[in-house]
Design a protein around this ligand. Structure first.
Ligand code: NAD
Length: 345
């Protein structure tokens, strides 16, 4: 690996704070600082962790000064010191930031809340790392799309996919989003078919025949997908399990060990000592994998707050150049303790 990549984070909350901690763990990256709107508890904890804070704008600068918190300047000052900025601001705010990144001449990583057309390059490391090499702007796809791409990549690589169908049960909100719902409903999200996830998967896996439907439920910790895939040829269950088991960043769990819910998965991550109980892997229940001729059925769980963190780290390396997909993914996985294969704990 070559020189240190200087990284900044714009938007420091669910995704941004996790990417910041992950950047700090990379031996080839330096976290220059993060940009925040408010001098809240997260800003205070960031300072305690030794992270430099930059105000998101002039008004933010004023509120940081009023609260007697030290800031190193504004986002403009941060952009002068970085090679790559990771934009983790809320959905569609990133698009309005692209111009300031262009003017500053920095590379930028956007998140799944932005449209594919913002960068024309939607990224999942194991599917299309090479396409992102030396690009100025890349969009890491959403949590659900990342999980679908990893899982479908395993099946496509192994046997070829005729068509894929997925029903997504989405968490209503992240754990700290108290103003969001639903509290007591299953919400069609959206009522029409397909949900946006199918075209989003196609933005990475071009030409894949996929349809997705989604609902939202009163739950905060994970999403759950029911995935039905028709392969191009008949396969044994063993071959399908092997393909999933050897796919990077995909964990298989066994319900017989007591993991029968998303709650149990989060508990497992806590017991494994994962920071913030983060599950970076897409998780497939081994027991659910059923194969009949060329039809495959399975349940897939997605920790929305964590699954895209390794992709952000790989996207930073990809746009910086000088690394192969294998080198980058290995460095990321080793530093974050990411596994491939069955969780045996
Ligand atoms: P978030 O609301 O948790 O955090 C966004 C942060 O950005 C907040 O601290 C907010 O105050 C700050 N912010 C708002 N405007 C800003 C600006 N102009 N400049 C700097 N900071 C600003 O959002 P999130 O959940 O981390 O989502 C960020 C992106 O990641 C979105 O595109 C989202 O779709 C995507 N994403 C989110 C999840 C998830 O489950 N939370 C999963 C995958 C992808």
């Amino acid at each position: 690996m070559g020189r240190m990549i200087r990284v900044g984070i714009n938007g420091y909350h669910t995704i941004g704070a996790r990417v910041a901690d992950a950047v700090k763990k990379q031996s080839d990256m330096q976290l220059v600082g993060v940009s925040k709107v408010k001098p809240d508890y997260r800003a205070r904890i960031a300072v305690e962790k030794g992270i430099d804070i930059y105000a998101a704008n002039e008004r933010s600068l004023e509120s940081f000064r009023n609260s007697k918190m030290t800031v190193k300047g504004t986002i403009g000052d941060l952009l002068k010191k970085v090679d790559v900025i990771v934009d983790a601001t809320p959905d569609e705010v990133g698009a309005s930031n692209k111009l300031i990144y262009e003017r500053a001449g920095v590379k930028g990583i956007f998140q799944g809340g932005e449209e594919h057309s913002l960068t024309n390059l939607s990224f999942v490391a194991q599917c299309n790392y090479g396409q992102a090499v030396n690009k100025q702007f890349v969009r890491v796809v959403s949590c659900n799309t990342t999980a679908l791409c990893r899982t479908l990549h395993a099946l496509e690589r192994g046997s070829g996919i005729e068509r894929a169908r997925a029903v997504l049960v989405r968490r209503g909100a992240d754990p700290d989003e108290v103003s969001k719902g639903p509290i007591d409903a299953v919400v069609l999200d959206p009522p029409t078919v397909p949900s946006h996830h199918a075209p989003d998967v196609q933005s990475v896996m071009k030409g894949l025949n996929i349809v997705t439907m989604a609902v939202k439920v009163p739950e905060t910790h994970m999403h759950l997908h029911s995935l039905l895939v028709t392969l191009k040829r008949k396969e044994s269950r063993e071959v399908v399990v092997d393909a999933l088991e050897s796919e990077p960043r995909l964990a298989l769990v066994d319900a017989k060990t007591g993991v029968k819910s998303t709650a149990a998965l989060i508990d497992m991550a806590r017991e494994m000592g994962r920071p913030r109980n983060d599950i970076y892997e897409a998780v497939v229940w081994r027991d659910s994998i059923s194969v009949s001729d060329n039809e495959v059925y399975l349940f897939l769980a997605v920790h929305q707050e964590a699954i895209v963190i390794p992709e952000n780290i790989d996207a930073i390396r990809a746009v910086s150049g000088g690394y192969t997909q294998e080198q980058s993914m290995k460095a990321t996985d080793d530093s974050l303790g990411i596994t491939t294969g069955t969780w045996t704990t």
